[in-house]
Design a protein around this ligand. Structure first.
Ligand SMILES: Cc1ncc(COP(=O)(O)O)c(C=O)c1O
Length: 450
């Protein structure tokens, strides 16, 4: 921590089972239903999930190439307060942010802490990537500026081994006390075995040298990704990280990275859709590309394949003169079918629409659905449209819930896909895309016909 400007004592530290666990404990301690957490937009997907699991709302504040924008933050805070909501934290990843890869400048660190202090908002500084810089160290940690208003989260997951599950929080004394109690209540004590392994490693191995090696490896991979993006996707825009693992790609308007993912996986390339990093449905045009694991050759080939997929989508959009953005409709759980009979009932839509079942869409890709849609002009608000919407939503259950509803293995394939419902397509009032889980084409199709 001294490498990042923090000079704490052991009394300030709480060891946790990775920094994810620290996030969970802080959420448990502080968040009540309806509270607001302000986070960078976009932000770390699993932090958003934790806040949501405590029924808090994540409100995003915009970023640019220098990280969170202080003026925009002031406006976000004012807007949330004007709505009568209570802000509990400002959650930030200031260095080599996940997912954008950008780093908060020193001036902004100071200014944002001043804003937080004036507003009485606790800052959670999540810093897994700070030591993984390529050329120059990032500015010192925010915790080094303010040790009363900042809880700092660290981890060995990115610099040593994620499987050891050792992280830590450094918190103001009063919060630390509560964290210790919450930690004990949750797990009694973090793994001493993992801590002894880490302690031994740090005493006997050249861990600074090892981190230096990682920096070189990741720098080479970052360079490979940026070069490939310049070569294969020159008309897109992306961030240029100076450390960490991620590049944030922005595609032209009307492209939807979540809808595109199954096509990408078919080409054996994967990414995380931008919507995963927003609590409010934003990020459709974006995707997070990770360069930490694949070797440079694979990165280059992966970007080439991705370019094929993106260019295919662009060609398709051109073909159908798509002009309006296609909103993703949030899943409405109250319309989910509840009974086995509901789950079995066929969608009474025209035959060609059935090609837009998740199974068929997976098999055919967007083009078949789009063609079916283009050839259909149902009137808005028909019974067939609403039952089809219900049917689509059925497929949009998250994995765990799907399992609980015992829908069977066909709904549990690992790829999330956005399926356009053809019957809904041509009505502007009902034009809807719903996220769905899809199944291997052949299995799903045959089951569906039964
Ligand atoms: C920003 C951020 N915070 C926390 C974590 C979780 O780290 P850990 O393995 O220490 O739980 C990650 C992991 O990817 C991350 O990117």
């Amino acid at each position: 921590m001294a490498l990042e400007g923090i000079h704490g004592s052991v009394d300030d530290v709480v060891v946790t089972t990775g920094s994810q666990h620290a996030l969970e404990l802080l959420a448990k301690l502080f968040l009540d239903p309806g509270d607001v957490v302000i986070a960078e937009g976009p932000s770390y997907v699993t932090a958003i999930t934790v806040f949501r699991s405590f029924q808090a709302e994540t409100v995003h504040s915009p970023m640019d190439a220098d990280g969170l924008n202080p003026q925009a933050l002031r406006e976000t805070i004012a807007r949330v307060k004007a709505e009568g909501k209570r802000i509990k934290f400002l959650y930030m990843i200031p260095s080599f942010q996940n997912p954008m890869g950008v780093t908060l400048s020193w001036e902004r660190r100071v200014e944002i802490l001043e804003i937080a202090r004036a507003e009485g908002i606790l800052v959670l500084e999540d810093n897994p990537y700070g030591l993984l810089y390529f050329d120059q160290a990032p500015p010192p940690a925010m915790r080094s500026i303010d040790d009363e208003g900042v809880v700092y989260l660290g981890t060995f997951s990115k610099t040593l081994a994620p499987g050891l599950r050792v992280g830590w929080a450094i918190a103001p004394h009063a919060i630390r006390e509560k964290l210790v109690l919450a930690n004990e209540a949750a797990i009694l004590s973090p793994s001493s075995f993992s801590q002894i392994v880490i302690s031994e490693y740090m005493d006997t191995a050249d861990w600074r040298g090892q981190i230096d090696t990682f920096r070189g490896v990741y720098r080479e991979r970052r360079d490979a990704m940026l070069a490939a993006l310049g070569e294969y996707l020159p008309s897109m825009s992306w961030t240029v990280p100076t450390g960490g693992f991620y590049v944030w790609l922005t595609m032209p308007e009307h492209l939807d990275s979540k809808a595109m993912l199954p096509r990408a996986v078919k080409e054996l390339v994967a990414y995380t859709p931008g919507t995963a990093f927003y609590a409010d449905g934003n990020g459709r045009r974006n995707m997070r590309l990770s360069f930490c694991y694949p070797q440079p050759d694979f990165i280059r080939e992966g970007i080439r394949r991705l370019a094929t997929v993106i260019n295919g989508e662009l060609a398709l959009l051109g073909e159908f003169h798509q002009t309006a953005p296609l909103p993703v409709v949030p899943v409405e759980r109250d319309v989910l079918p509840r009974t086995p009979a509901d789950r079995r009932s066929p969608c009474p839509t025209p035959r060609s629409v059935s090609s837009c079942s998740p199974a068929a869409s997976h098999m055919n890709g967007m083009s078949r659905c789009a063609r079916a849609a283009a050839s259909l002009t149902p009137s808005p608000g028909t019974a067939s449209r609403s039952s089809c919407a219900t049917r689509m939503r059925r497929f949009s259950l998250p994995f765990a819930r799907t399992r609980r509803m015992s829908c069977g293995p066909r709904y549990t394939a690992p790829v999330a896909k956005t399926v356009p419902c053809a019957a809904c397509w041509s009505s502007s009032a009902s034009r809807s895309w719903v996220p769905a889980r899809v199944l291997p084409a052949s299995r799903g199709t045959s089951r569906r016909r039964r």
